[in-house]
Design a protein around this ligand. Structure first.
Ligand code: SDX
Length: 431
């Protein structure tokens, strides 16, 4: 438990209550209300958790006002430029950047666990071919607890470690199999002499009829996309993983719950929704029509890829992604990409519009990612599965942190009940 730095006083009617406050390494102080109900017989009320810290964590920090994102203290821009996804996985899992030997050992352990149990192939065949790959991933990742019993005991640190490596190693294989199944092509086995990102690209795009050579431009862009999506504090899907894990559920079931939550268009599903929106806008001259709809209170339409609960400035990942989109399209010889043109003009117009300025709405991680993924050859339905496989390490790191917290307990929020008061049953004749 953190050490109190001062006490806040809460007065309700004529009684006052002392609430301890804790100081973070960086960010706002927190008010501990854990004993409030016992002392004052009141709950706090914060449905979207807009002002509520659900846990203590050492993994990721976001400064929404500055547009800053730190993984274990390292700025995302520096990691995106100088690191690679497996090194970021090591950092998120163990808290420090690895030395050479540690990196080689970690890379070997992940690489040698990228295959899935052969019987999982049959599991895929139970789905309709036109199933969304996210539906398949939720099912297959959840089913991992039916195949890997020897790493589901959450009280055994060694089994937790094995489950973490298995998850990170196998989720790209599962995502690629979901894609292959959806396009009716044979599954492609991982190759141990390829990089993590290169392996994923080959498992998605290689066909038996010809050799597949990993394009280094796409490999680097893929690896960067993975790093940018790896973790992000207590977002909805990470909070889902933590809540599921707090009941003692096995890690594969918890990650499957996280994948299900990520699928929503307000969260990880936004990258697919954003590209579909950019396609619907089609040309720059139609942008004002969509901006007007986004501002219209009576229209549920929102600009996909815009806005964020925490960032009230540019999402630093969006900046890196925008630069990467320019580089990748240019290197691929795609110069007049209409979708990119619409995206840039939409960003420019929106950021000059008083509505977006006043509400501090900026492009988020999902605004440009789809443009790169489409240029790589992925269908929009694969955008969120790629987000999920990238975020798997963040979910696992946060799950491990929660499980190893001795003060941890099952998450069980209370409510503001506004339903019917107690009343007696009335037989149907009397209704
Ligand atoms: C991700 O949490 C994370 O860290 C998530 C994530 C991660 O890495 O895990 O960063 C990944 O999920 C990014 C967000 C992807 N989602 C989208 O791009 C979908 C579009 N964005 C919105 O749905 C919205 O901005 C959210 C869901 C992202 C944030 O919603 P909040 O924090 O609940 O804010 P809100 O809905 O209360 O909006 C505040 C105001 C509202 O207007 P008022 O009611 O105050 O008048 O801003 C408006 C909203 O109507 N608004 C938008 C808008 N987003 C917010 N108006 C138009 N277009 C938008 N995109």
């Amino acid at each position: 438990m953190p050490t109190p730095i001062k006490t806040a006083k809460l007065t309700i009617d004529d009684k006052s209550y002392d609430l301890p406050m804790y100081a973070p390494t960086v960010g706002p102080d927190v008010l501990d209300i854990g004993k409030l109900y016992g002392q004052a017989d009141v709950f706090t009320f914060d449905p979207g958790f807009t002002s509520t810290a659900a846990c203590e964590s050492t993994i990721t920090y976001i400064d929404g006002d500055k547009g800053e994102l730190l993984y274990r203290g390292y700025p995302i821009e520096q990691l995106a430029e100088q690191s690679h996804h497996l090194e970021v996985c090591y950092l998120l899992l163990y808290g420090e950047l690895p030395n050479k030997e540690q990196m080689i050992d970690f890379e070997n352990r992940v690489t040698r666990h990228t295959m899935v149990h052969e019987q999982m192939h049959n599991f895929f065949r139970g789905f309709r071919r036109d199933a969304h790959p996210m539906a398949t991933m939720v099912g297959v990742v959840g089913a991992m607890s039916a195949f890997y019993h020897d790493s589901t005991d959450i009280n055994d640190p060694w089994q937790r470690e094995v489950a973490a490596i298995r998850m990170i190693a196998k989720i790209p294989t599962i995502a690629a199999m979901a894609y292959k199944y959806s396009v009716g092509q044979p599954f492609v086995y991982p190759k141990n002499d390829l990089s993590y990102a290169g392996n994923f690209l080959r498992m998605c795009f290689s066909v038996p009829a010809e050799e597949y050579v990993v394009n280094p431009i796409l490999e680097k862009a893929m690896d960067r996309i993975m790093m940018l999506h790896a973790d992000h504090e207590q977002n909805a899907s990470t909070s889902t993983v933590r809540l599921a894990g707090s009941s003692g559920a096995n890690p594969f079931a918890c990650i499957a719950a996280g994948i299900a939550c990520l699928w929503g268009p307000a969260h990880g599903g936004a990258n697919q929704a954003c590209l579909e929106m950019l396609r619907e806008i089609g040309t720059v001259d139609r942008i004002p029509e969509f901006i007007a709809r986004a501002k219209d209170k009576n229209d549920p339409f929102r600009l996909m890829g815009f806005g964020h609960r925490v960032y009230k400035n540019f999402d630093p990942r969006a900046k890196v992604m925008k630069q990467s989109a320019d580089e990748v399209l240019d290197l691929l010889g795609i110069h007049d990409n209409e979708t990119l043109k619409v995206a840039k003009e939409l960003e420019r117009i929106a950021l000059e519009d008083p509505y977006f300025i006043e509400k501090k709405l900026y492009p988020n991680v999902d605004f440009y990612s789809g443009i790169i993924l489409e240029a790589m050859g992925f269908p929009t339905a694969m955008f969120t599965p790629i987000f999920a496989l990238s975020r798997a390490v963040g979910w696992i790191a946060q799950w491990k942190e929660m499980i190893s917290d001795p003060a941890g307990k099952i998450g069980r929020p209370r409510q503001l009940y506004v339903g019917a008061p107690k009343r007696d049953y009335v037989a149907v004749e009397g209704r």
